[in-house]
Design a protein around this ligand. Structure first.
Ligand code: FPP
Ligand code: MG
Length: 323
């Protein structure tokens, strides 16, 4: 499979409707807030979560009138969390474009994120489905728990790989899982399928975040459109570091780079060389692949051929993007 995932044409049209609706919603507000929100949405993104809502919506009866608002709502929650994350990280750019906090200020960014977050729940509430509200509320709560966990473990070298896995489950995987459960529920899927697709989404999300973390160490700056080693610089201990520690004799060096707020570019580059000299990158990719395998295992419980096939393609896309 290619590195580009191509949606079935019917879904492409619906994804375009999601895109139009996102633009329409954020344009309703006037002034800085609308401009800021629009700039963020237009900076792009793969729209993976809306795609997952639409694809899982194919499991039984595809109801576009409910799938589109749900896909819009989940993308708004995701976007709101990224806007807030950029404030917390003091990030100047995202996806190569200036962040709201950089272009305007933190107040505008926080208010814009709050606004998008509120609109998402307003849209969802109009579908009058308590299950959807519950899934989204739990996923939003998990995002916050994940972010708090990240803050707590930042520059802390005494955490375990399980700490890391819990953190990424909360900050990334559970929103993927929510996207899948929402689509399945809206299609009227069976209980076993809703549960299975939720597990698919969670494992896919785990793999997605682990690959993202590998790229921060082994990626190509030109292809990524952002510098390498940002996580190390920010004091984040990710899976490649945990695995490198099992092999390297340079533990003290890595610990110093993670714990030191003022690590230089040269020190970060050396830390990356130390990690790359071990089998950590290869082993981390294998572990991510293991999560995709688990996601595929869950798909076996889905009775709908087309949905199962497309969801599998997404899993392959996640693997192939990085190999
Ligand atoms: C990006 O990850 C950030 C997240 C996945 C979650 C951020 C969550 C919050 C700020 C809390 C909740 C907010 C709301 C509105 C519910 P990253 O920092 O690993 O990746 P990056 O390199 O893209 O920043
Ligand atoms: Mg961040």
């Amino acid at each position: 499979m290619s590195k580009v995932y191509s949606l079935p044409s019917r879904l492409k049209e619906d994804l375009k409707l999601v895109e139009d609706e996102l633009t329409r919603i954020v344009s309703l507000k006037e002034g800085k807030l609308a401009e800021a929100a629009l700039t963020t949405l237009k900076a792009g993104g793969k729209r993976l979560r809306p795609i997952l809502v639409l694809l899982t919506g194919m499991i039984n009866i595809y109801d576009v009138s409910k799938l589109i608002p749900s896909a819009v709502a989940i993308e708004l929650v995701h976007t709101a969390s990224l806007i807030h994350d950029d404030v917390l990280d003091g990030a100047d750019t995202r996806r190569g474009s200036p962040t709201i906090n950089a272009t305007w200020d933190e107040k505008v960014a926080i208010s814009t994120g709050d606004y998008l977050f509120g609109v998402a729940f307003e849209i969802l509430s109009k579908l009058n489905n308590p299950y959807l509200m519950k899934v989204m509320a739990e996923a939003a709560l998990a995002l916050s728990v994940g972010e708090l966990h990240q803050m707590r473990t930042c520059r802390n070298f005494n955490q375990t790989i399980d700490d890391y896995l819990t953190k990424i489950r909360n900050k990334t995987a559970l929103l993927f899982s929510a996207a899948c459960s929402m689509g399945a529920v809206l299609s009227g899927a069976k209980e076993t399928e809703i549960e299975a697709v939720g597990r698919y989404g969670e494992n896919l999300g785990m793999a997605f975040q682990i690959y993202d973390d590998v790229l921060d160490i082994s990626g190509d700056k030109r292809i990524l459109g952002k510098p390498i080693g940002i996580d190390l610089k920010d004091g984040m201990v990710t899976m490649p570091i945990f695995l490198a520690l099992q092999e390297t004799s340079q533990r003290a060096y890595l610990q110093n780079v993670v714990e030191n707020v003022n690590s230089t570019e040269e020190e970060i580059e050396k830390a990356i060389r130390i990690i790359k000299a071990t089998s950590a990158i290869k082993e981390t990719k294998n572990r991510a692949k293991g999560f995709v395998e688990k996601a595929f295992e869950a798909l076996k419980l889905i009775d709908a051929d087309e949905a199962r096939r497309e969801l599998r393609f997404i899993g392959e896309f996640v693997i192939n993007r990085y190999h």
